[in-house]
Design a binder for this molecule. Sequence first.
Ligand SMILES: Cc1cc2nc3c(=O)[nH]c(=O)nc-3n(C[C@H](O)[C@H](O)[C@H](O)COP(=O)(O)O)c2cc1C
Length: 418
Amino acid sequence: MTGVSAQRILLVIGGGIAAYKALELIRRLRERSYVVRAVMTAAARHFVTPLSVTSLTGTKVYDDLFAVSDEATMGHIELSRDADLLVVAPATADLLAKMARGHADDLASTLLLATDKKILVAPAMNVRMWLASPTQRNVATLREDGVLFVGPEDGDMACGEHGPGRMSEPAAILGAIEAALRGETRIPLPQHLAPGRRLAGRRVVVTSGPTHEPIDPVRYIGNRSSGKQGHAIALAAAEAGAEVVLVSGPVALQDPAGVSTIRVETAQEMLAAVEAALPADAFVSVAAVADWRPAAPAPEKLKKGRGTAPALTLVETPDILAKVAARPSGRPALVVGFAAETENLLDHARSKLARKGCDMIIANDVGAAGSVMGLDANEVTLLTPGSAETWPRMSKSEVAHRLVERLADMLDRLDHER
Ligand SMILES: Cc1cc2nc3c(=O)[nH]c(=O)nc-3n(C[C@H](O)[C@H](O)[C@H](O)COP(=O)(O)O)c2cc1C
């Protein structure tokens, strides 16, 4: 047991899907001998029952600002002052807004305003709610007021979207509680909130997903690219403050929040959309563009049963990466490509770097042993004309955030050299 015995946590449970995780948090706190009092907002009662909460805390659940009996036993001011730390989990967009503006129209918001103790919040909401300007303004205000944050994390959300907004896991919140009780005020920021939106004022064009090259109106040549890595890079660049245009082939993903997404089918359409989106400071070509397309797609569905299979004549598709890198005017300062290879990864990637005239190639092994297509993790090597750097296996989202940091470094360096 590492928790400090008999320290008191006042837990405010807001009305979000993640409220169920507050139960696990209470269980973990109690295991470590913390005294936990819980306050539920009216909305929270739609997600978890006061009975579950009280069973875990072993004390009454508080939810009514005007309960005379509560005021007689433990008044609302005393309730907040009696605690060593106030924790809001899940912290809804609504609660963050109320806290930032000093509202006190229910027990939870009144306690949060009346306290002289540290407050730690664990935000939980849909990615668009989290990235919305009002929420980000409220978060900035609360940080300035000294409120501590744990999360939110990147990930798949209950609403089917992907991105930052998911509440940190109870174990991480517990870690942050213990850090806050030790007086630490530097609970690490999630990377997407790192200070200095390093791509602010920059324009970035990203391609993602496969292309589909029609054989006839119902069949096509395609590949297994899911678009997860490209979409994660577009989102990370937008979170770093860039104006982002994402040109995406056919994928089963939501358009990332805060990004202008243009959907295309074929390599030719992708090239046209990329050219229309330029000029830009950086072009990141993540899409797995088909190398060949049928020379003459059939206007009607090809029929079977004629004795022989139809012969497909293929022609090369435009090389989008090479064309952008070779633009005589309006070439982005940084042109970055991805090389998905199944053999001799680094040799092929290095020759691609030279052949295509780009500034960096990110090589990933998509062969059987290191398969990444469609998965959430990736293992990449960054190649520039003078360097090679292999990153350990990590989530595609983390690759994206790290890569965005790297792009920001490279663009800053280019600015200084000018
Ligand atoms: C099914 C459902 C799920 C919701 N999930 C969230 C959520 O995860 N985060 C959030 O900020 N709001 C969420 N909301 C909206 C809040 O419940 C609503 O803003 C409420 O007023 C919040 O009240 P509170 O902050 O006082 O608890 C959800 C609403 C519904 C109907």
